[in-house]
Design a protein around this ligand. Structure first.
Ligand code: PRT
Ligand code: ZN
Length: 210
């Protein structure tokens, strides 16, 4: 038996469920249940907040998970990734108010930057030799400059319309992300075998979609 953790409700949920179903795995899901069991594959599905998924898989509470690389790497467990899934593509970018001068990342030296990704951003800035003050906030990061909390932000971007709507300009891509399948480090040989069957089916689904 394998336990797979997926996002309960959010941007990853629909595509995660669709992928499992396209792998030929049948299950009944209702919005009230936090757990369901597949009827034709030894798989249990847990519905969780995406932020909790890397830790649960690292600890072996769940054997597998589907999560964005942004959340996985920020949580500090990049090594759990076993398969890139090709959906929920986005980027983690730095942005500044549209009217502000910005020549290069040097412009952020000594500035206040609001983000929900202090670890990924901190590493990026260190590589660039930039020292800045990071303010970690968990949501609505894009309003930080307009309320005087920070001179720049670092947040997830896909279409860019949220940045635009908040008078911000994307200036650097810090990290590129997509959904990935992750696995706990201590699967039994039987579970490893099931994981390989699942990966094989997932790869076939991706090939068929192209
Ligand atoms: O409740 P829970 O904690 O489970 O969900 P959540 O609110 O933390 O996450 P959710 O559902 O918003 O996103 C889940 C994952 O989807 C993220 O971790 C990313 O890997 C991926 N993803 C893909 C995105 C986006 N695209 C995205 N556009 N995550 C967030 N956004 C947000 C972004 O933060 C910004 O506010 O959408 C806004 C920007 O979108 P654009 O299109 O205006 O640029
Ligand atoms: Zn989350």
């Amino acid at each position: 038996m394998l336990r797979l953790a997926i996002q309960k409700s959010g941007r990853l949920s629909e595509d995660s469920l669709a992928l499992i179903r396209e792998c030929g795995i049948s299950f009944v899901s209702s919005s009230y249940k936090l757990k369901t069991e597949a009827t034709n594959f030894p798989l249990e599905i847990l519905f969780l907040r995406d932020d909790d998924i890397p830790g649960y898989v690292q600890d072996g509470v769940a054997d597998l998970g589907i999560v964005g690389q942004n959340v996985l790497v920020e949580a500090g467990f990049p090594g759990l990734e076993v398969e890139a899934l090709g959906f929920s593509k986005c980027r983690l970018s730095l942005a500044v108010p549209r009217a502000d001068a910005y020549a290069s990342v040097e412009a952020l030296q000594g500035k206040n930057i609001a983000t929900s990704y202090p670890n990924i951003l901190g590493r990026y800035l260190a590589e660039q030799g930039v020292r800045a003050n990071l303010h970690t906030i968990s949501g609505s990061v894009e309003i930080a400059p307009s309320i005087g909390l920070a001179e720049a932000i670092c947040d997830i971007v896909s279409s860019g319309s949220t940045l635009l709507g908040n008078g911000l300009r994307e200036v650097e891509t810090v990290f590129r992300s997509e959904a990935v399948l992750i696995a706990q480090p201590h699967l039994t040989p039987g579970q490893t075998d099931l994981l390989e069957q699942l990966r094989f089916r997932m790869q076939a689904v991706r090939r068929a979609r192209r």
